[in-house]
Design a binder for this molecule. Structure first.
Ligand SMILES: CC(C)(COP(=O)(O)OP(=O)(O)OC[C@H]1O[C@@H](n2cnc3c(N)ncnc32)[C@H](O)[C@@H]1OP(=O)(O)O)[C@@H](O)C(=O)NCCC(=O)NCCS
Length: 384
């Protein structure tokens, strides 16, 4: 669509074909999208650690046998330059499970808000979703700080957690038929004298976890390469991740992984310039991996990392294996990349056991991420 606002003319169009590198001709649209994302990150948190620069973003947008992502941009004038991009929408569609769902994200440059740009972008994405048979849409908004309870806060329907009722993203999501389903706690661990590798705190947690786990469990740590004979076990842990983490009323089913998918994910992560540091716990009597924890660490030496998945198989819980794999991974991170100062993570607010481990390790809340859902019935918005 093309429309005018008081200052300029813009239109929504599919992004050009995904460029191979940030230097290719079609990269302008993606560079423009990335810049809007960066400014939004700065606005929300005051830092851009969570932002994916273009050389990270492009490989993550490439289609795989497991997912594909559509991108639209709102463009000023003729386009062709990153500065012409005033908004973007992405629609990510899983291809091997949860094919009734898609994840949508919309961002508009601050200078162009409240002129219907977000509306037009979301419409393009939802039309594609409908054409692809995706009746359930998911979206996330981020907020810092978490608001106090009261009139200005919208409460999560499960567990605890609040988002600011007047936030633009919240109002936009509600105006388009999305329902708040879950609020995740976003936390940061500041590594240094108090927390992290070599500190008395981590050393004690590690010793206590090892003692409680006992001789039956031993840990393995891998940087990037998971040994071939362990891939099936790691795939099983990722599969359980898709069902065992609390999901509120989000309409998602089990997402099965196999060894090929673990290999493909590893390749994708490497292409995006990210390392994976994985610590897994093996149950010695059976030789099977029963717990794991993954740190994602950007390839150039930046001072931050991301605490990603952590899981202990149900039948092995209650033996401090969650603390064990996390603490070993943090020790190894400190030895390998001592310049990392901050680790970012997200957990469902109702995930008491995981949060207790994180709080003990020194993670402190820095904000919230809200999960929104629009189902078939909810798809009747003011634009439908
Ligand atoms: C949310 C966002 C995409 C909206 O973009 P936008 O171009 O300003 O949105 P639109 O002008 O199309 O607004 C459509 C409707 O959303 C609602 N809305 C959007 N921003 C709002 C705000 N600040 N306050 C109240 N309602 C708002 C209104 O109902 C609005 O309709 P109206 O202007 O006729 O009242 C933009 O503020 C943004 O990029 N925020 C940061 C990223 C984000 O939160 N994305 C949403 C998660 S997917």
């Amino acid at each position: 669509m093309t429309t005018t606002d008081p200052a300029t003319t813009w239109r929504v169009q599919p992004a050009p074909p995904l460029p191979a590198t940030p230097d290719d001709a079609g990269a302008w649209a993606y560079a423009g999208m990335c810049e809007i994302e960066r400014l939004d990150e700065l606005d929300t948190w005051g830092w851009s650690d969570l932002w994916a620069p273009l050389h990270v973003r492009l490989p993550l947008l490439r289609p795989t046998p497991y997912s594909r992502t559509h991108v639209w941009v709102a463009v000023r004038g003729d386009g062709g330059d990153a500065g012409d991009v005033v908004g973007y929408a992405t629609l990510s569609e899983p291809l091997t499970a949860n094919q009734h769902t898609a994840h949508v994200a919309v961002g508009v440059a601050a200078s162009h808000r409240r002129h219907g740009v977000g509306d037009a972008l979301l419409r393009a994405a939802t039309e594609q979703a409908a054409a692809d048979g995706r009746g359930t849409l998911h979206a996330y908004t981020s907020h810092s700080p978490e608001p106090e309870p009261g009139a200005g806060a919208l409460e999560s329907p499960v567990g605890s957690g609040r988002v600011p009722a007047e936030d633009a993203g919240v109002r936009f999501a509600q105006a388009h038929g999305f329902r708040l389903e879950q609020v995740e706690r976003y936390s940061v661990l500041e590594l240094g004298d108090e927390h992290g590798a070599g500190t008395p705190e981590l050393t004690e947690h590690l010793a206590a976890a090892r003692a409680r786990a006992g001789e039956e469990y031993r840990t393995h740590t891998w940087l990037d390469e998971v040994p071939e004979d362990r891939l099936d076990d790691v795939a099983r842990l990722y599969t359980r991740m898709s069902t065992d983490a609390p999901m509120g009323a989000l309409d998602v089913q089990e997402d099965p992984w196999d060894a090929d998918r673990v290999r493909a994910m590893r390749q994708r992560v490497a292409d995006a310039g990210l390392h994976h540091l994985v610590t897994a716990a093996e149950h010695a009597p059976t030789g099977r991996l029963v717990a794991f924890s993954v740190l994602e660490v950007p390839l150039p030496d930046v001072p931050f990392a991301f605490q990603q998945d952590t899981l202990v198989l149900r039948e092995h819980r209650g033996r401090s294996l969650g603390m064990l794999v996390k603490a070993v991974n943090l020790e190894r991170l400190g030895a390998w990349r001592p310049g990392v100062r901050r680790v970012h993570t997200w957990n469902a607010q109702e995930n008491d056991h995981m949060l207790a481990i994180n709080v003990a390790l020194g993670f402190r809340q820095a904000g919230v991420a809200a999960a929104w859902q629009r189902t078939g019935e909810g798809a009747t918005t003011r634009h439908a």
